[in-house]
Design a protein around this ligand. Sequence first.
Ligand SMILES: [Zn+2]
Length: 376
Amino acid sequence: MKPINYLKAISLLCALSFASCTKDHEANQKELQKDGLITLKSGVVVEKKGANYFWEGDILLSETQLKNLDTYGQLQPSKPDYIGAVKNEHPAFNVPFVDPNGNRAIPRAFSIYPTAYNLWAMVRIIYGSNLTTYEKQVIQSALQEMEASTNVRFYNATCEPLVDPTYGFTYPNIEFWSTDGADVSNSYLGRVGGVQRINLADFAFYGWDNHVIIHEICHALGLRHEATRIDRNSYVTVNTSNLTASGQAQFAIPSTNYYQVGAYDFTSVMGYSSYTSSTSIVNNTSLPMYTKLDGSSITQGSTVSASDRSWINYFYLPYIARSDVYAELAPVVYKSDNTVMTASERLDLQAYLNNGNPTPPNCCRITNDLGKFTCP
Ligand SMILES: [Zn+2]
């Protein structure tokens, strides 16, 4: 399989001697358009389906992320100066997670350097037009469940313009969308800019079980799969002989820009169950994809686990939607160890975020109803 950047090289060659290579160019473009697994220059394997490229099965790649994966084997070219949502040294904020060796570190696994450019302040969401009311209600339950146990906050932008009327840029938004019968769910990793869909299969809505939706939202917040931790072979046995080529690509371990803290989390919503019904991933659906080292099965977490929460609480703050520039925090603010800030810690942090003013003016809150499904 050919590296995807052949297209550029071919275009350049053809520009230099157009007549002689038009046919080759066309043939190569057809080759490039074929669906299936593609080994990038960096060795990372992605899967092309139609116009989209997927990583680890259900992670959609933006054009920039794909290019970086091809060239650098990671989603960003290099490590930025600062990792985190808000640059501050406030003692009550971003309490560092301390690993068993006493090292201060960012908790949990991630393979994109989390910065203000790929995290969200508030997560703007849109309910897609092909969702039923029931499906919107199940999504709403997932959003509310996450808000109740973490610092993440969602802003329902369903009836609002997609483009900023003054500056003309497209707002970042997650649009929830039903794949209407297609048996797949997927999401982008982190905030990629503009409208980014979370596509949801029918099974994501069965019986009010919203863990598939929570899993895909966690990707959009920045979390990756537990089974691709670099130390996962110390915790699980991957049943390679039962995995298809696509399945094996999904269990590839990244080699760069990856970190985690603590032991493998078998309760994470980002960890798949041992068994799958997908014949594109396993040869035999009655055999596992992977198990614990003792051979016992793994069951995907039904909601965000303690370490999932810890990661989210490290990088996000529970902002209240306002029309002015003040940062106002919800009454409950979690530290990254999942304990709740005291009232004075919260006020202290709010002052820090507002250049010393702990109390934003008593105005300017924007109504934010996650249950608003239709526009007037
Ligand atoms: Zn996933």
